[in-house]
Design a protein around this ligand. Structure first.
Ligand code: 5AD
Length: 345
């Protein structure tokens, strides 16, 4: 029966919410079969290539106060930092030499980065590395801001919705944050022409199997080009410090379901997954992922970008560790490529 559901998903790329829920609740009986199908679908669109993105964590200053996040504004234990244009250009130069052709500028919602400032930085990256893609991951901004950053040369934007369930969203965020605005931002990003990344945490506090099943309805509606999924990992200086973390096992299953629902999606094996599972990269690829985002943030700042405790930032998780990552991937039957790695429609 689970095999039939998996076959139906492979064929139709969509199940009812109830059917997704049944698969999720019975995943011990069908995970391997689903992973096999997810790999086949991934291979048919992208082959066995692994796209790499150089992640530059430009600031851990954040105006928001999300209950799960270690860089929330009320965490007075966080040592704050910010990278300026020249710091960022040094990361880009180093990443370029290591073979990166996509750079992801990610940060908290830091008012320092006005549109003018960001347009200057994006323009410089594009002038110095015209064949590189620029991805932004800087939170909620206005339509006009997204538009201007796109005109300045930004190609992609990552903005996780964190959960597709409005009530659940309300339990993860303070009252001043709005589910509606998050969704509106994703729609605005799409209409500005970005390759747009949505995404959610697995195993976050109060999440149910029905919430997870609801993710697929949401993704079908938004049609993102990228989906970032990682397990919730508690951070000691947040209100969620005592909640259990999400499991690698459930995260991998969700990756496979996303691959089968959105066959062309760019799907990373995330740092959070690699943090809770020492084989997270390989296991992620074997569940249908095709992207890895090694860390290019200067070493001195890296540990300060602590969204959660014990975040992996060395070895194959770091840009310097690219040789190790290539070796791990090739042992698992994949090839790390030096390529922009655009969405294939
Ligand atoms: N555990 C896992 N992921 C987290 N993020 C933030 N805090 C945590 C945490 N405690 C994720 C969010 C955010 C992304 C940048 O990091 O999903 O969108």
């Amino acid at each position: 029966m689970f095999k039939e559901l998996a076959n139906k998903l492979r064929k139709d790329t969509f199940l009812s919410r109830e059917e997704y829920k049944i698969l999720i609740e019975n995943r011990d009986k069908c995970a391997d079969y689903l992973f096999e199908n997810a790999r086949q679908v991934r291979d048919s669109v992208y082959g066995r290539k692994v796209y790499i993105r150089g992640l530059i964590e430009i600031s851990n200053n954040c105006r928001n106060d999300c209950y799960y996040c270690g860089i929330r504004r009320s965490n007075s234990n966080a040592a704050r930092y910010r990278l300026y244009e020249n710091d960022i250009m040094q990361c880009v130069k180093k990443g370029y030499e290591l073979g990166f052709r996509t750079f992801v500028l990610q940060g908290g919602e830091d008012a320092y980065y006005t549109d003018d400032t960001l347009c200057g930085i994006i323009g410089r990256i594009k002038a110095e590395c015209p064949e590189c893609a620029v991805t932004l991951s800087l939170g909620e901004r206005s339509y006009d801001s997204y538009k201007r950053l796109k005109s300045a040369g930004a190609d992609r934007y990552l903005l996780r919705h964190e959960t597709a369930n409005r009530e659940h969203y309300g339990k993860l965020h303070p009252p001043e944050m709005s589910y509606n605005n998050r969704v509106r931002c994703l729609e605005n990003l799409k209409s500005c022409g970005y390759q747009t990344g949505a995404g959610f945490m697995v195993g976050s506090p109060y999440q149910t199997a029905d919430d997870l099943a609801g993710e697929f309805e949401f993704l079908k509606k938004i049609q993102p080009e990228m989906v970032g999924i990682g397990p919730f990992v508690p951070h000691r200086d947040t209100p969620f410090r005592d909640f259990p973390g999400g499991s690698a096992e459930l995260t991998l299953f969700m990756l496979a379901l996303v691959r089968l629902t959105l066959p062309h999606v760019l799907l990373p094996a995330t740092t959070a997954l690699a943090t809770v599972d020492g084989k997270g990269h390989e296991n992620g690829m074997n569940a249908g992922a095709n992207v890895i985002m090694p860390n290019l943030t200067p070493k001195g700042e890296r540990k300060k970008y602590a969204l959660y405790n014990n975040k992996a930032s060395t070895g194959a998780e770091s840009a310097e560790g690219i040789a190790l990552l290539k070796e791990q991937m090739s042992r698992a039957g994949y090839t790390v490529v030096s390529d922009r790695g655009d969405y294939i429609p």
